[in-house]
Design a protein around this ligand. Sequence first.
Ligand SMILES: [Ca+2]
Length: 277
Amino acid sequence: MNLFPAMKVLPCLFLLLAVSCQKKTQALPPVTVVTEQRAEPDWRKHALLTYEVVKEFPHDPTAFSQGLLMSQGQWVESTGGNGATSIRRVEKDTGRVLLKKDLANDFFGEGVAELNGKLYQLTWQNQQGFVYDAKTLQWQKNFAYQGEGWGLTTDGKSLIMSNGSERLRFLDPTTFRVQREVTVRREGKPVTQLNELEFIEGEIFANVWHSEEILRINPADGTVVGVIDLTGIDAASPRRDPEFVLNGIAYDADKRELFVTGKCWPKIYQIRLVEKK
Ligand SMILES: [Ca+2]
């Protein structure tokens, strides 16, 4: 029996054990867990809110606003009307149109959302939506859906769509399949005519057609958790048409700035939400 190889290996084993034992007894370096706590917005505390105007921005008074969002410091707007439908990028402070794509006369534009470098635009009754490159507005493809298209936003994963009813539909942004739907209920009763949308701090803010209220909706189950009363916000502007109603919510998530406008309103208002007493 030749013990020599074992004799050679044993000291190595002892050495390894010694090292591993030493490692076990060594104090672990302190672990610093960096968690970026995003403070809850103040408005979350109140179910009934109203507004203070922080700043006014120019808005094209011929833009029949059906979808509004903030993208890299610029407005993206989808306008409606047969023969007046467009998607555009607009300079925030001046209202200057930087890029604009007009759609054919038989399309009536509706909501718009930005996700992963693409813009998604709905149409009202065409049952066709469009995908564009978000920076260049270069058209990429069409997509189909059932029923009418009204408002559109995103929670960063799904497209969230209204259709004038009390239902909000969550769509896969790649296949456009319906993932789920929620019924929006205010004090237990379904609310119809849900229009322009914006996903804000984990909630869905929704315009209601012909109303000066914005609803705050829990995306999990459709419950209305709060209401924002915007009565009179554009009262100083000349009202040329009863259809020129509040419609358009945009949010700058980095700066936590909230903006609203309406169809053919001459202004976009940056607002601060305050408790309605
Ligand atoms: Ca919006």
